[in-house]
Write a protein that binds this ligand. Sequence first.
Ligand SMILES: [Zn+2]
Ligand SMILES: [Zn+2]
Length: 315
Amino acid sequence: MSHLLSSLHDQALKLSRRYLACEKELLEILVKIEARKVYLEQGYASLTEYSHKALGLSRDVTWNLVTIVHKSKAIPELKQAVQLGVLPLSKARQIAPHLTRENSEKFIALAQAMPREKLQEALAKECPKIPSVEERARVINATQAELSLCLPKEVMEKIRRAQDRVSESQKKWVGLAETLEQVVEFYLQHKDPKEKAKRHEVRKAKAPVSAKQSRRTVREPDAAARSPELNLRLKNKPKKKGRVPIPAGIKHEVTIKNAHQCTYQDPRTQLRCDKERFLHIHHKLPVAMGGTNALDNLTLLCSAHHRLEHYQSSG
Ligand SMILES: [Zn+2]
Ligand SMILES: [Zn+2]
């Protein structure tokens, strides 16, 4: 090998050693940051957000590190194997979701000995619940995405049954992609808060006030109409403590008003958080300070930003 080539190789070797050492040190620091919740102090809702936005790590690297940090709370051997340099981060991340106290020793040893694909197969063999193919969704062109995943056999049978029903209703053979589209559409119609809120709006616009009142009368007869026994029972019934629940109609209106998305705005970038799952309704003026369930006092926050909001308002 020429002098130039071997010198390039030496430089690469030196840098990659430094890079791997840095990775290990970073993991160590992140474990401490998570333990002391330093990210809240810095105005970030979670270790993930802090690593990505404040430290500038890519989503993949953040995901790897944070998964290992969280798992290491229960299984410190995972972190130790990475720090000793016997387990690369990517493999630690691969086994982390499946580690338990019982299998950790075995899986960490497997991960050290095997390449990624073989490791995935071995994990699947050891725990039948672990799919032998990693879940993957990727966009392949402007209008389509490719999805690969492993399903339990019974679920696949149910999808086939759904495929039969969709085919019958459309009076033609329908493929799996279209079946899935129909099934998802149907599910969202029934479960998606945005769709529920839309239906609420339609109902509200249609229903005359008197009809609403008469419905209430049927459900809640006044004292004179109730039997004396029931009146006595209601009178003696202990009053429920705690806050007044937010009426369903108001919840729907909060959803519509905020487009079912976290309303947290990053003070540094002015960007709004894009989370649409695990959303909580937050009282801007806390209930304890006289805040009500009026629409103006309510907003939507994802669980991480909800925690941050309360941390900041308590400190
Ligand atoms: Zn709150
Ligand atoms: Zn958020």
